[in-house]
Design a protein around this ligand. Sequence first.
Ligand code: ASP
Length: 704
Amino acid sequence: MKRLMILIVILSLSLCKNLLADEGMWLPVLLEAQYDDMVTRGLKLTPEEIYSINNSSLKDAVVLFGSGCTGAIVSEQGLVITNHHCGYGSIAKVSTVNNDYLTNGYWSQDFKEEISISGLTISRLINMRDVTNEILSQIPANATEQQRKEIVSKISKNIAAENKTKPYINAVVREFNYGNAYYLMTYEVFSDIRFVAAPPLFIGNFGGDTDNWMWPRHTGDFSIFRIYVNQNNEPANYSENNVPYKPKYVAPVSKKGVDKDDFIFVYGFPGSTTHFMTSKGIDMNVNHINPIAIDIRTTKLNIIENASRNNDTIRLMYANKRAGIANYWKKMQGETVGINATNAIDKRYAKEQEFITWLKNIDSLKKYSNLLDTIYQYHQLIYDYEYIDRVLYEAYFSNEITKLIQRTISDIKDLQKNEIDSWQSKWCYHINNFLKNNNLELEQNLFNSTFKYLDSLSKYLPDEILKTKVNATKNIDKSIFINIDEISEACNKNKINPKKIQKDPLYLLTSQLLYWYSKEIWPMENYYNNKLDSLYRIYTRLQSYYLPPNKYYYDANSTMRISYGNVKPYNPADAITYLYYTTINGMVDKALWGEAEDYKIDSTLLELFKTKNFGPYTNAKGELPIAFISTAHTTGGNSGSPVFNSKGEIIGLNYDRVWEGTMSDFYFDESRCRNIVLDIRYMLFIIDKYANAQRILNEIKIVQ
Ligand code: ASP
């Protein structure tokens, strides 16, 4: 076996020389393979300074913010910086019409003014430990995929329980690359988190949806929180007696900034990638499923935008929803552009064929020669189910009217006679809530316009549902759920007979669709997904032999990772080059001349700009930088990740990726995949010059 492995490594090294350099999100405990490359490119830290469980290290300053973002500890008193869009929900939660911190920003003047955010947690990784053998050794060779899942889940829970040594410790076993490896992650979870400061929305969310996933970018995407602990410096629930946390490590913040080609690294908690996805899988998703999803979302966005244009109430009511729909709508389109522009499917297919040729030359691996063909087949087999699932969700089940119908169905399902009165008041409550939180006319419009996409499922729908659908189409205007305002009036006065509701055409259609989905679609989709998981498990294991160690990495799964690269411009299209950084000049241009409502500036910032009152935060040309881009590989969850220079000093906060490179979750192309980073000098400028929040500035560990 040993000789085979050596042969495999030699063969792979010769085959993979030309793989791209900056792809990859590395577990800090497995950084060894990358370390020399990082040093050659400029890194000045030892592995122990980056990640250590015996001594304090950089990793102790990198925290999981909530459950889907990253943050960095930057002061001896537990100050945490993250993105504005990561703090957004918490800031909104404590904002009121009179104290609208979201719109106007907030700069607490002392500890007492720091606002507790209930429910928000910040977690610090204590350590990660490889438990692969503990788990895999207990899985019988003949276990089915379902049995395997159950065994893994049981052992993982036991390992986690043994390691949850204190109430504030969270221990969890995470699966890597389809079950090829398992690590136990142990966190210390802080639950007394207070909101310290944030810039106004026009800075923190400058460019809004218009600029989301785009470069050039001018968003001051940061917010500031603080960890509080008990007198023993331990995590504790909120208490007035709690005190600011004394961190194990404080990340220094540098004012030096970045230049083109500088080495940088991103330390954070990337959420999810599928970078082993085969050419067939990419084709299915990008060319066959995404187009209809984009189409449905375009329809929805047009309706919401038309309704919002001259109606501020609707605009505000639907702002979040619109942003949610637009976010992936834009990302999916970027993926299509990126995949086609780089000819990714053909290139990946060619690589897969090289891999198969390699495999066929190794006696012990020959038996896997058909592996990729089998994977391609399963992608084909699952396609119909994924398509149905996606259309049902995008066109039907994500509508508010459908959600109301679904709620009604589950409430009525097992209703006993003596429960009718209480059911009625519950139903009226749902209806009133629906009318309070939505605009009925707009929802009717959304429902009617997306209903037609169910036609694309005609060839799959059983006859019975097709008949119900014909009836629903004919009588849609008469449905109770379309005329919900009339029902609302009647609701509190008259008894509403649940039997009558059960005959409603949309109630009937929704019930049948739900039943069909749960009995025929989801089980098959799950079945094929399990198959694909087990095939990809073999595929990724073989890739670990095929690829040299510094090219083989685990897909992101919300565990701590390091990505690295260089500050670099890119060419998004023929004859266009985007520079690697933006400045306040661009922000002012957008605000003064740009048409989008998302571009705004206030007189204070404009005055600082006009008088060039930028303090010590400028670059060598005297410009005030706002953001820069690099080749580091990042994804959702990396938002708020500190971006470090070669000495381990924070020079930025990661917040997005460029539109032309959003396909990096499954195909990373170094020529166009870029992460977008807030230049930390802009954050310091806003704190210092714009907000004059010296108390906060003085606390941050700034290095020259
Ligand atoms: N904008 C993303 C986030 O919120 C970051 C990304 O996808 O690159 O995590």
